[in-house]
Write a protein that binds this ligand. Sequence first.
Ligand code: PLP
Length: 487
Amino acid sequence: MPEPLIFELSRPGRVGCNLPACDVPQKELSALIPARHLRTAPPGLPEVSELDIVRHYTRLSQKNFSVDTNFYPLGSCTMKYNPKVNEKVVCGFQFARLHPYQPEETVQGVLQVMYEMQEMLAEISGMDAVTVQPAAGAHGELTGLMLVKAYLKSKGQEKRTTVLIPDSAHGTNPASCTLCGFKTKQIKSSANGCVDVKDLEEHLDETTAAVMITNPNTLGIFEENIVEICDRIHKHGGQVYMDGANLNAIVGITKPGMFGIDVMHFNLHKTFSTPHGGGGPGSGPVGVRKHLVEFLPVPVIRKEGHQYKLDYNLPKTIGKVRAFYGHTAILLRAYAYIRTLGGEGLKKVAENAVLNANYLLALLKDHYDLHYKKQCMHEFVLSGSRQKKKNDVRTLDIAKRLLDYGFHPPTVYFPLIVHEAIMIEPTETESKQTMEEFAGALIKIAKEIEENPELVRTAPHTMPIKRADEVRAAKEPILRWMGKKTI
Ligand SMILES: *Cc1c(COP(=O)(O)O)cnc(C)c1O
């Protein structure tokens, strides 16, 4: 049974609130607002009680999969548990009521948090300085590339206009380059899933501005030649950008600064346990080596004696990349997380993320194809090729069938270099039992594909929405009630 829409619950005269009578005389209102902007008929809002509306939205929320209700092994996204203590910190009276226009001396606490975040992320990554302003990983990419561009310009190297990107990269990498005015060239991966160093070498020339490397990469494999790659780029006068989305696998174990990286971003909503949302709220701080520091976005948060200050005085800055100071409430949550765990705790995060992924891989590798047969880091990429070839069941069908078993599907069809890719990331916060149940479901589905492929092809069977037309939903979204005919 489809849920009634809130407009269908409407009953004439039913109300959920009592508003005081309007105390502005009608005559004054009419004088203030031109007649053409005044309503001539009521707005047609649903007439419902408070209880109607509470039940309606609570029911809707229960239809969602979320980290708080279901295992969510969405590869590359690091959907770890968001500890509730972080929410407590950020909702506290001291922080929730701050206003970004308050004078510095009245917001010393939050400035201290932002300053210490800059310092802690620099320590964690081995970079020399960090800005916490960018609003997401992709925004961090754009910011980092703008820094590279400003640096190259200051050296009279404007002819360097190309960025090299491995074929396993996340789509945001080439998109950020294009937004920043760079051209991109694709570098091949070798048979072991790492960057093909020979192919990289062949693409390097005097137009190379930078290479963008994800490490560990999106196949869940550590780039074993990372130091050599950085050396080669630097010899050719280019910069190395590291996409730090997969930091969860190495946090506390090693530091990108030690590989020779010049600039990188962090995804606080991945590694540091803050919530993800539909395109936000996230946070994508950027770390840089010394030679890029003078170009950082303003304001930089500094400490002078016991005072924290917003420093706008950077003559070569790329300017602001975000209103005010970035997503402060996300920084507060990440700060609480890092402070709760400490250095040793963060190291355990990486160790357990890698252990969990390898355990899950061991449970699954006989049932689905695995193209890159290496020990994985925090995630791994299976392939549904076997199931597609033999039984004409696609990876998308497998993902949909998982919903019937109560699991959010893994990332599918990414990275692009694996056919029928199934990209699984359990994170360190899942228990052995949960992973075994998930593996059990995937193994059962593999069996169903052999015995009754139609059951999987037509999944999900238990969800209120079966297969949404995702393209149409994005291109022609229906965002308001237009009467029954739109349903
Ligand atoms: C998530 C991700 C990004 C983009 O980060 P957002 O915070 O979602 O903008 C970039 N690269 C990789 C490898 C990612 O997993």
